[in-house]
Design a protein around this ligand. Structure first.
Ligand code: PGA
Length: 313
């Protein structure tokens, strides 16, 4: 095992750059004998000469040249580590979040506002379904996640910060579109398009109907909210989706929300991370920002929040 010190590496780097003990001593604010001593000790530990003196000049030996490369790499890594640590402590670090696919309909608005407030922050956003979000949380692969209710059996810190309402979506020309207070039993005759296994929306829907003893007729399974929206518009069946996902279609009247008893299903969005996780300054600031409340956030988010569904449709 090579016994060398960081100080020796710094001295070696300076001497090899200037090819002069006196210039290196000047740059490092050391005496020339101190520099020579460090190089001597380094060469002893290395077991090979790193410099050679020919006439009045010093040169790197062949092995010295190779060692110079390693030395630069090591010192560069140290500089990188230093700036990473500084980033962790300040707002110029990276925020890495993972969101359930449904949350991707509002998360960009939150991030846009957050980045306006903290322009030096870099963000990495990964969008996937609930199951994968949970896997990544378990593996501690990101700062935090935004998801629907997380399971209680995992060691997670989960705080609700926004409402999430699930409604029954139909094409505007659907026979039930103009009816009010539709009993759940009427839905038995309808076909429902469902999200894939592992989706939080799917779990919620299945639980909701199972608790009420109603068996849903499920049609095609689709892995994105977008596909379900298109399929509902195309008349393939009804969908049960978070209202966040259909704002535009409701506004442009391509889709409508059915006025069904016990709907919308009231849920929440949670900001989630492993219990005991040491959040970076950026991550903690983002979490605080979410918990400040949706009323402080962008209009796009509030627009959905303020609306009464389905009464004003
Ligand atoms: P998802 O949404 O259906 O996109 O996984 C998560 C959730 O609503 O819990």
């Amino acid at each position: 095992m090579l016994h060398i010190t960081l100080r020796q590496l710094h001295v070696f780097e300076a001497v090899s750059r200037h090819l002069s003990y006196s210039r290196a001593a000047e740059t490092l604010h050391l005496s020339q004998p101190a520099v020579s001593m460090q190089i001597k000790q380094l060469e002893e530990s290395a077991g090979v000469p790193l410099f050679e003196q020919l006439g009045k000049k010093i040169y790197l030996t062949e092995v010295g040249k190779e060692f110079q490369q390693y030395c630069r790499n090591i010192l560069q890594q140290l500089t990188d580590a230093e700036s990473m640590l500084a980033d962790f402590k300040g707002m110029s670090g990276k925020l890495s979040i993972c969101v359930a696919s449904t949350a991707s309909y509002f998360t960009p608005y939150l991030l846009a506002e957050f980045c306006r407030r903290h322009p030096q922050t870099r963000v990495s956003l990964s969008v996937t379904n609930r199951e994968i979000v949970l896997q990544r949380l378990t593996n501690n692969e990101m700062d935090m996640a935004i998801m629907g209710r997380p399971p209680e059996n995992l060691d997670l810190d989960a705080t609700p910060f926004m409402d999430n309402r699930l409604a029954i979506i139909a094409p505007t020309n659907h026979p039930l579109a103009n009816e009010h207070d539709i009993p759940l039993s009427r839905l038995a005759k309808e076909t429902f398009l469902v999200r894939e296994q592992g989706s939080g929306t799917r779990i919620t829907v299945e639980r909701f109907f199972a608790e009420r003893g109603i068996a849903l007729t499920t049609g095609t399974e689709m892995s994105t909210n977008e596909a379900i929206k298109q399929a509902v518009q195309a008349g393939m069946g009804l969908g049960i989706l978070s209202l966040h996902t259909v704002l535009l279609e409701l506004e442009t009247r391509r889709l409508t929300v059915l006025d069904v008893q016990n709907f919308p299903i009231q849920r929440h969005w949670y900001v989630v991370h492993r219990k005991g996780k040491r959040l970076s300054t950026v991550a903690q600031t983002f979490k605080d920002f979410l918990l400040e409340g949706v009323e402080l956030l962008g209009d796009q988010v509030n627009a959905e929040h303020d609306k009464e569904y389905p009464a004003n449709l």
